[in-house]
Design a protein around this ligand. Structure first.
Ligand code: DX5
Ligand code: ZN
Length: 222
């Protein structure tokens, strides 16, 4: 299975020592650090703001992959770009002016991603898909880490993979929610290329290094 990237989500990390956990994930071979931003409106939970991204910036050279689960993301985009985000992904469901918001991210020289909740159809991406750097497919209903993976999302991943390949489109297909060593191979076989994992990486059962090694090993099976 060609290079599948792993993006540990700090949502399940120890918030009392985020810098160290980001360093552990970096040293364990992560490709991106996935930062789940929640505003308590678009999703019930509140997590972190741009100030935490700014504080984490010096702790890793990896791309900071910021997932904005917020209402009116256009107001947050400049703040997270300024804080050091390398990828900013906004939710299509929170963006009546999606084309403008994607352009706003790209004008700030940051990679632009669009995320879709499980119930949102792929064709809503049609007009912006060619300009995207990332499409993030949610395989849980967003708002919390550690939720069960929604198996019925596998065909949606495969359909998007087909669209991207047939169109020769550059967007990375990133999958987010409930991914662990058991589901990772199926997500990769369906066409996911960047796998977000929160609870599977940051948990009390094992070290970040052990968890990353287990997830990577599960992908070696091909
Ligand atoms: C949406 C968040 C979470 C997180 C991954 O709720 O985006 O999906 O990144 O969390 P796990 O891997 O614990 O489901
Ligand atoms: Zn996320």
């Amino acid at each position: 299975m060609n290079e599948i990237k792993i993006a540990p989500s700090i949502l399940s990390a120890d918030f009392a020592r985020l810098g160290e956990q980001v360093t552990e994930a970096t040293q364990a071979g992560a490709h991106y650090i996935h930062v789940d931003v929640m505003d308590g409106h678009f999703v019930p939970n509140i997590t972190i703001g741009a100030g935490i991204v700014k504080a984490l910036r010096p702790w890793t050279d990896l791309p900071l992959d910021v997932h904005l689960m917020v209402e009116e993301p256009e107001r947050q985009i400049p703040l997270f770009a300024q804080a050091g985000a390398d990828i900013i992904t906004i939710h299509i469901e929170a963006c009546p002016h999606l084309h403008r918001a994607v352009q706003q991210i790209k004008d700030l020289k940051v990679k632009a991603g669009v995320a879709l909740n499980p119930g949102t159809p792929l064709n809503l991406l049609d007009e912006v898909l060619p300009s995207l750097d990332v499409v993030l497919l949610l395989t849980v209903n967003p708002g919390y880490g550690g939720q069960p993976f929604l198996e019925e999302m596998l065909p949606k991943i495969a359909r998007l993979r087909k669209r991207l390949d047939e169109g020769g489109l550059k967007a990375e297909l990133e999958v987010d929610g409930g991914i662990d060593a058991e589901r990772a191979p199926r997500v990769a076989r369906a066409g996911g290329r960047v796998l977000v994992a929160g609870a599977a990486i940051f948990n009390s059962r094992e070290s970040v290094g052990e968890a990353m090694a287990r997830l990577r090993a599960s992908l070696k099976g091909g």
